[in-house]
Design a protein around this ligand. Structure first.
Ligand SMILES: Cc1cc2nc3c(=O)[nH]c(=O)nc-3n(C[C@H](O)[C@H](O)[C@H](O)COP(=O)(O)OP(=O)(O)OC[C@H]3O[C@@H](n4cnc5c(N)ncnc54)[C@H](O)[C@@H]3O)c2cc1C
Length: 400
């Protein structure tokens, strides 16, 4: 928490209401509304004034969110999920005053969409082993390499880039984080098509891309510490988003099972699974509350990883269950999604299969379930660490 004004919960609510009066939600451009929200210090109330906050206790953020939800206010996350969920919190924690003043406002309003450039063709789980090089050249850095699975890169104006600045030290020690201008010469973005039919992520090629040193986040060689902030926020953010959907999926599971019974399809095994899925949806909600409490105290920890693991695995099982209940029509929808033929007029395309296909990505994005189980085992349960054969070896000497 930073120095700011003191404000009672009532005064804070009054501030939210004044914002909504000034920018009526039904008639204002959502991005104008979000800019005004940032200027009113209601983006993240615990941040410093001028940085989208008021320097208040972080627990008051929940009050702002629930009042704005009551008013149906636009959600910044919908316009810029990676910016809001991951790169914004990273800039707030590690950015210079100049970076915060240049980047946070357009990030929050969604006028500037952000991407996160960590994964590469040969490194995802082992992101600290990445090979994209940044070499110092006067006041700039010159970057060469390739990133992959970069969500939203095709529409992003900025990206948070992790690159290797020193290959002669162990892998975690030789990384540095940068703000990348996605429109800079030498940045080429190539969309990748997913099995859902959408193309939300991309390959990004970086050839002789110049980044001014003023866009370096943190010290040279401090990239892993910065990346850890991003990854912890990512897991919390993904887990939180999936958790919201999970509550709906829990209800959908019961509705779908009831509908099957109404059709005369009584199946005790499915009944057990429906109830189990409903219970798990509610348990996930409790994990989410615990994770949110840790994050609000400014200490996002392994709870975020536990939440992401639980909700991602849940989403997959619930999607399997719903597709099983749907039977053959599920295949029709799968084929529609993949090939996009014209369906007969009036024929509805249920979302179940699309959710089934997308749920495969849930246990991969933001850290696979296996990696999250390692974190859970090591940091929460205190089990012996995973085998690490490259520990202490200079990155240059690690076989690739
Ligand atoms: C929808 C989606 C969006 C994404 N968006 C982004 C993005 O915006 N930016 C970005 O940088 N990346 C993004 N990613 C990439 C994502 O972070 C990686 O895919 C993920 O970390 C896994 O890395 P990988 O694909 O290289 O698999 P690998 O690391 O090669 O893993 C392959 C398999 O081996 C297992 N494995 C690996 N190491 C271990 C170990 N030590 N112990 C046990 N099992 C292990 C994994 O669990 C997995 O099953 C996205 C991925 C998806 C699916």
């Amino acid at each position: 928490m930073t120095e700011g004004i003191s404000m009672s919960p009532e005064e804070l609510i009054g501030r939210v209401d004044a914002l909504v009066r000034q920018y009526p939600i039904e008639t204002s451009d959502p991005r104008d509304f979000l800019e005004a929200r940032f200027d009113a210090g209601l983006a993240w109330v615990w941040a410093a004034p001028g940085e989208g906050g008021l320097g208040l206790d972080s627990t008051l953020q929940a009050l702002v969110e629930s009042r704005l939800a009551e008013k149906n206010a636009p959600l910044p996350f919908s316009y810029n999920p990676i910016g809001i969920g991951m790169t914004g919190p990273t800039l707030l924690a590690h950015g210079t005053a100049q970076q915060k003043s240049a980047y946070l406002r357009p990030l929050f309003s969604g006028r500037e969409v952000w991407s996160q450039l960590f994964s590469e063709p040969s490194v995802g789980s082992d992101v600290a082993g990445l090979a994209t090089r940044a070499r110092r050249d006067g006041d700039d850095w010159v970057v060469d390499g390739q990133k992959v699975w970069t969500s939203w890169a095709h529409i992003a104006g900025r990206g948070l880039l992790l690159a290797r600045t020193d290959p002669d030290v162990p892998k975690h020690a030789g990384l540095t984080a940068f703000v990348l201008d996605m429109t800079a010469p030498g940045v080429e973005v190539r969309p990748l098509r997913q099995m859902t039919g959408e193309a939300e992520f991309n390959e990004v090629y970086l050839v002789n891309v110049r980044i001014p040193d003023s866009d370096r986040i943190g010290e040279v060689g401090e990239g892993w510490r910065i990346a850890t902030t991003t990854l912890m926020n990512e897991r919390f953010s993904l887990g939180g988003t999936m958790k919201r959907d999970t509550a709906e999926v829990g209800a959908e599971v019961l509705d779908a099972y009831r509908a099957a019974v109404d059709r005369g399809d009584h199946n005790p095994v499915r009944r057990d699974e429906a109830v189990r899925l409903w219970i798990e949806a509610n348990v996930n909600n409790l994990i989410a509350e615990r994770s949110a409490a840790a994050t609000n105290r400014g200490r996002p920890g392994p709870e975020g990883s536990v939440l992401k693991l639980a909700t991602a695995e849940y989403r997959k099982r619930a999607a399997n269950f719903l597709v099983d209940l749907l039977g053959a029509p599920a295949m029709l929808v799968a084929s529609y999604r993949m090939n996009r033929p014209r369906l007969p007029l009036g024929q509805e395309v249920p979302e179940t299969t699309s959710a089934f296909l997308r749920s495969r990505a849930n246990t991969i994005e933001g850290g696979t379930s296996e990696i999250l189980r390692n974190i859970l085992g090591e940091r929460v349960l205190g089990l012996p660490g995973d085998l690490r054969v490259d520990k202490g070896i200079p990155w240059r000497d690690i076989p690739r």
